[in-house]
Every structure is written in C-alpha cells, then in structure tokens.
Design a protein around this ligand. Structure first.
Ligand SMILES: CC(C)(COP(=O)(O)OP(=O)(O)OC[C@H]1O[C@@H](n2cnc3c(N)ncnc32)[C@H](O)[C@@H]1OP(=O)(O)O)[C@@H](O)C(=O)NCCC(=O)NCCS
Length: 281
C-alpha cells in the first residue's frame, strides 16, 4: 500500500498574552504572513504600512522587526483589538502561522470626534510621511461617516500564498463574526479586490469603492516616486447588517448629522464613488 500524504490541518488561535511566545515568536510570524500575503500578488498598499524598499533580505528583516513593534504597540493600546491566527499542524516545532487577521469589536462610536488625525510616524518627516497620511485620511473618512454604531471591523486579513483556498480565511472570518444567530452587531471592512469574493461569501456587500487620489500640485520628486510606486489600487468598503439580515437597506443607514455631511462632501471631493447598487439589495 502506498503512503498517504496527510491533508494539512489547521488550527485557529486567539492571540493570548499569557503565552510567553506571543510577542517574541507568534507576533513576528503574523507580520511575516502579512508581508508574504501582500507580496503575492504584490499590493503597493503594503509598502505604505511596512516599507521594505530597497528590496534586500536585510531591509525585509528590519522592516519586519519595526512593524512587529509598531503593530504590537497598536494592539496593546487598542482595547477593542483581538488578533486571530491560524497555525499549520503538527505543532511540534514552533507552530507555523499561515493566516491572520485583527478584529475590532466596538460597543460605541469610535469616531465621536470625527476623522482622527493619524500620524504615519514610521515614515521620515516630510513628503513621504505626508503621502502616507493622505492615504490614511482617505481610508478613515468613510470609516468616520459609516462606522458610528456598535460594530465589528476587520483589519489585516492575510493568508500565506502556499495555503490559499484551504478555508483559512473562512476560519478567521467565523472567529470574528461569531455565532450568526446571536450576532448582534453590524460588521465592516475595507476589501481588496482579492478579498471581496471571500467577504461576499460571508454576506457582505460593497457600499463604496474608494479610488485613492494621490495627486498634488507641484509634487516633489519624492512624492512623484511614491505616487508611481505606492498608489494603492481601489478598495471596497463592505458592510454586513446584524445577523447578515439584508432586510435593512444600506441607504437607510446613511450617516446623519453635520460631521457626516462634511465627511460625505469630502469623500466626494476625494473621488470616492458609490458602488452600483446590486439588484438583490
Ligand atoms: C483573500 C485571502 C485572505 C483569502 O484567503 P483563503 O484562505 O484562500 O480563503 P478561503 O479558502 O477561506 O476562501 C473562502 C472563499 O472565499 C472566496 N475566495 C477566496 N479567495 C478567492 C480568490 N482568489 N478568488 C475568488 N474567490 C476567492 C471563495 O468563495 C472561497 O470559497 P471556495 O474556496 O470554496 O470557492 C487570501 O487570498 C489573501 O491573503 N490574499 C492577499 C491579501 C488580501 O488581499 N487580503 C484581503 C485584504 S482585505
């Protein structure tokens, strides 16, 4: 009888701060997966958050180390952040992280003060930092308009290229969304074109397409280079009502109030386009 290659098995974990390896081994592996996932296929957006240019093994390691510290700090200072990861079995040697994501679980409006001013301090002061902050502002403007009720929000969904279409992202989705029957919160994410079909499978629909405008009057060569190399492609703001019950229409959830109006005007100015309503809505 020939040998049978065992089917890889995966285990879902919640990042556990009491595990002595969580900061020194597991979290660097999580960042490693985020880097690998966003380099295959290559997404310029990753350079804005984890810059690895010029490409060399040393610069990758340095980028990984500094991103690990920064992401860990953000996690520690954000009380609604939970990281999940999927490890490949067997778990003999340090288990290999093959997928990850962060879920935020908000009981109240995180944007009471409007669009936060986010400082991209991991970029040197000047136009490079300004470029990254312009991008962040365009992501957070729709967030501050729409994600104002209790909700769950997904960040950094990533699966290693060698482990795709094995249900890993689905495990991470289920971890964050919880029991669909008891599920009492709406949920949001910004989706890459690659992530969109995954989220649609979980009942999300795209409400907005965010088309980043990185143009500037009289750009310097630094700005031009970043614009050429790091302008992300369009992403989708996706939403799922409580319990995935689409008896409520997205336009009934249009944000209200003066700050929402200002944000909406600013969104229009920033070339954020409404997605075509889907016939099933
Ligand atoms: C998107 C991504 C997270 C999916 O991870 P995954 O573990 O392969 O996803 P799953 O195996 O759980 O897929 C579940 C379902 O999502 C859909 N799906 C996932 N990847 C897809 C793809 N490349 N094309 C079309 N549909 C896809 C399918 O409906 C799939 O079900 P099926 O395999 O039974 O057809 C992964 O491809 C990835 O890391 N991509 C690069 C980073 C990225 O874009 N992340 C999303 C950021 S918003």
């Amino acid at each position: 009888m020939g040998s049978i290659t065992p089917t890889p098995q995966y285990t879902l974990h919640k990042l556990d701060h009491s595990d002595p390896a969580y900061a020194s081994v597991i979290f660097p592996s999580i960042i490693n997966v985020i880097l690998a996932a966003n380099h295959t296929p290559y997404d310029p957006l990753i350079q804005l958050f984890i810059p690895t240019s010029p490409l060399s093994p040393n610069s990758r390691q340095a980028a990984l180390n500094s991103a690990t510290q920064r992401f860990l700090h953000n996690h520690h200072t954000n009380p609604v952040s939970t990281w999940y990861f999927v490890a490949e079995n067997p778990t003999s040697s340090p288990s290999r992280v093959v997928g990850c994501c962060e879920w935020e679980d908000h009981d109240r409006n995180p944007f009471e003060k409007g669009v936060p001013k986010l400082a991209a301090e991991w970029w040197p002061e000047g136009e490079a930092r300004e470029f990254c902050e312009r991008f962040l502002e365009q992501v957070y403007t729709p967030r501050a308009s729409w994600m104002t009720r209790p909700h769950r929000a997904l960040n950094w969904m990533a699966v290693h290229p060698s482990h795709r279409r094995c249900g890993i992202a689905s495990m991470l989705m289920t971890a964050g969304l919880g029991d669909p029957i008891k599920d009492d919160k709406e949920a949001w994410m910004e989706a890459s074109p690659m992530g969109k079909p995954l989220y649609e499978k979980f009942g999300f629909k795209a409400l907005l397409k965010i088309d980043f405008d990185m143009t500037k009057t009289d750009p310097s060569n630094v700005w031009r280079k970043m614009q050429h190399e790091m302008t992300p492609g369009p992403i989708y703001l996706m939403w799922r009502p409580k319990r995935g019950a689409w008896d409520i229409k997205p336009w009934a959830m249009v944000p209200v109030g003066p700050s929402a109006l200002e944000n909406t005007v600013s969104m229009i100015e920033q070339h954020i386009r409404m997605e075509k309503p889907e016939s099933s809505i």
